[in-house]
Design a binder for this molecule. Structure first.
Ligand code: CDP
Length: 203
């Protein structure tokens, strides 16, 4: 059996992942999986249910038990959490929740199941090329200058983004790093269409 086509797009906050992932997916006729929304959903659910996001055992149980549906809208146990995913409270705690090994184990398994069900996809996150899909057809690691990344972040305060970057880059399990065989692409001053063409040329 041939492997489903996976395009892995990783990078820090504001590097252009979501925009590029959507455009690449459209060109290839694939769907996009935004894995960040899964970590955000577990964080939001913990806050909603009064579970301490810093309690590794409790958030692992939550991540294991939840019925999670991710797409244009994100539902956890039937509750639509879409509007809460980019709140300040979630921004502040998501990297803490994402550093819990049990949460990562569970969500990585679900990401692999999603790709199997969808017959491939464009998957964006922090550890997609390095851990989740080490055999992806193409691995892209996007970067951009600090000023450009701050501009793209919109509402999130620069200190909050910097804090997430620090936690994501420094955690023990699956830190944010480019896989050794990833194409590192600086998107500062590059048009989306141009970035997409370059990625497609690697397929
Ligand atoms: O807002 P931005 O697009 O930068 O982030 P996101 O993709 O929504 O991810 C939010 C947070 O989830 C990140 O800061 C990481 O802490 C975590 N994350 C992760 O650990 N691994 C992934 N594959 C995706 C996201």
């Amino acid at each position: 059996m041939t492997e489903p086509l996976v395009v892995a797009i990783d990078g820090p906050a504001g590097s252009g992942k979501s925009t590029v992932a959507r455009a690449v997916a459209e060109r290839l006729g694939l769907e996009v999986l935004d894995t960040g929304s899964m970590y955000r959903a577990v964080t939001s659910l913990a806050l909603r249910e009064g579970v301490d996001p810093r309690d590794a055992d409790k958030v692992t149980i939550l991540a294991t038990a939840v019925d999670l549906r991710v797409g244009v809208r994100v539902l956890a146990d039937g509750v639509d959490l879409t509007k809460t995913l980019r709140s300040e409270a979630v921004n502040e705690l998501v990297s803490v929740v994402a550093s819990v090994p049990g949460v990562r184990r569970e969500l990585v398994e679900r990401q692999r199941a999603w790709v199997a069900e969808h017959g491939g996809g464009v998957v964006e996150g922090r550890d997609i090329g390095s851990v989740v899909f080490p055999n992806a057809a193409v691995k892209v690691f996007l970067t951009a200058s600090d000023a450009e990344r701050a501009r793209r972040r919109g509402d999130e305060a620069p200190e909050s983004v910097a804090r997430r970057d620090l936690l994501d880059g420094g955690r023990e399990v699956s830190p944010l790093v480019a896989a050794s065989d990833a194409h590192v692409l600086d998107t500062t001053d590059r048009a989306v269409g141009d970035v997409v063409e370059e990625i497609l040329s690697w397929l």
